[in-house]
Design a protein around this ligand. Structure first.
Ligand SMILES: *Cc1c(COP(=O)(O)O)cnc(C)c1O
Length: 398
């Protein structure tokens, strides 16, 4: 099928809930993908973060092939070794005594966190607390609960009535946090570095304040690490530099090397809030996905990989700062940390994204004006420099 034929079939048969890029991808390896016409692209935003290991990472492919011939899926009433090992390794990385719930996506992990926090407050503590304090421009997914937690009212439009019990405060606003976190609060849900919201980072002091305020109320502090976690910012969890210890963490996107996965890590003392029968996910933590995730973690959590991410992140940052200096009328600021880099423009970024694609570079634009780069770990200095050169020309063309 040609690019055009695939696109035409999408127009006829596939729901048009995404803006569609007019190339059909058929093959990928590392930081590169090929379209149906055989044209190669440098992919600096694989899977919008889910492809952090790069396309078809050999270790993940090997693990998936081996596991696929042994056992694909079992109902969660049966334990299997892969899930046991994955939970143990995630908790060791989080450095807390906890329990893990597995699901299939970031939104599902957010739903699990919301349900756990409410049930903890209402059943285990016997209070009437139900409110979750979230952050303006924060993003937690598209299911109704996760969407209600998401701090962009435009995404709620037309889906009324939205679930009640969510309250949004501006990022890094100390006063707003003090007044919002109170006797109705059962949890605070926050990204240490906002993904969809345009790569703004929460300040360590603000995160520490959230920790104090939630502890005072007996409310849970939950970090959404779906986009910024798994090493993306140069530490396995993006919240680590703040020194804050959360009560729960959600992970998803790159955790299984490109297969669908979601996980909620929660401190042991809160884990009893979801007893047998209270929550579930048919496909969550299947043998296949756990095998992929274990292979992915071998790479993503390795100190060598994290050092590489910091090194290449610094290189990317310097390159983007140079672009800002060269295009001051167009580029407002450079955002992000590690291999999560954003170029905030003073104008909508769609044109730049399109000119990049025409020149063989895939990037995307979030929050309308922020050019988003989520390079795969395997992208080396050569690929990063090439991306910067193309981006430079694309900015010139605007
Ligand atoms: C993408 C994302 C989600 C939602 O994940 P899905 O797998 O698309 O449901 C949640 N939180 C953050 C921070 C994300 O970036």
């Amino acid at each position: 099928m040609t690019n055009r034929a695939v696109l035409a079939a999408y127009g006829k048969y596939v729901l048009a809930n995404y803006p569609r890029v007019p190339i059909a991808l058929v093959r990928g390896r590392g930081a590169w993908v090929w379209d149906a016409a055989g044209r190669r692209y440098l992919d600096m935003v694989p899977g919008i973060g889910a492809g952090f290991l790069g396309h078809c990472h050999p270790a993940v492919v090997r693990a998936v092939r081996a596991q696929a011939g042994r056992l694909l899926h079992v109902q969660n009433h049966f334990p299997h070794p892969g899930q046991a090992e994955l939970a143990r390794r995630l908790l060791r990385l989080a450095r807390f005594d906890g329990r893990v719930f597995f699901c299939n996506s970031g939104a599902e992990a957010a739903e699990a966190a919301i349900k756990l926090a409410r049930r903890w407050a209402q059943v285990e503590r016997g209070t009437k607390r139900f409110e979750i304090v979230c952050v303006r421009d924060g993003f937690h997914g598209r299911t109704l609960g996760a969407l209600a937690a998401t701090g962009t009212p435009a995404f709620w439009k037309g889906f009324a009535p939205m679930p009640r019990g969510f309250r949004h405060i501006p990022l890094n606003d100390m006063r707003a946090a003090v007044s919002a976190i109170g006797p109705r609060t059962c949890a605070v849900l926050v990204e240490a570095v906002q993904g969809e919201g345009g790569f703004r980072a929460a300040s360590p002091a603000w995160l520490r304040a959230l920790r104090l305020l939630t502890r005072r109320e007996g409310a849970l502090l939950i970090f959404d690490e779906v986009q910024a976690g798994c090493g993306r910012t140069g530490t396995f969890f993006a919240y680590e530099p703040s020194g804050v210890a959360p009560d729960a963490v959600t992970l998803a996107k790159p955790l299984a090397g490109g297969l669908p996965v979601g996980a909620l890590l929660v401190r042991a003392r809160f884990a009893r809030a979801l007893p047998p029968g209270s929550h579930g996910a048919t496909f969550g933590g299947s043998p296949l996905v756990c095998a992929a995730a274990l292979a992915a973690l071998d790479v993503l959590a390795a100190p060598r990989t994290l050092a590489r991410i910091r090194r290449h992140g610094a290189l990317l940052r310097r390159g983007l700062e140079a672009l800002r200096a060269r295009h001051p009328a167009l580029v407002e600021e450079v955002r992000g940390r590690g291999l999560m880099a954003g170029l905030a423009l003073r104008v909508p970024g769609a044109g730049v994204v399109e000119r990049c694609r025409t020149a063989g570079l895939l990037v995307n634009c979030t929050h309308r004006t922020v050019i988003r780069l989520l390079p795969p770990v395997g992208a080396g200095p050569r690929e990063l420099r090439r991306a910067l050169v193309i981006l430079d020309r694309a900015l010139e063309g605007g």
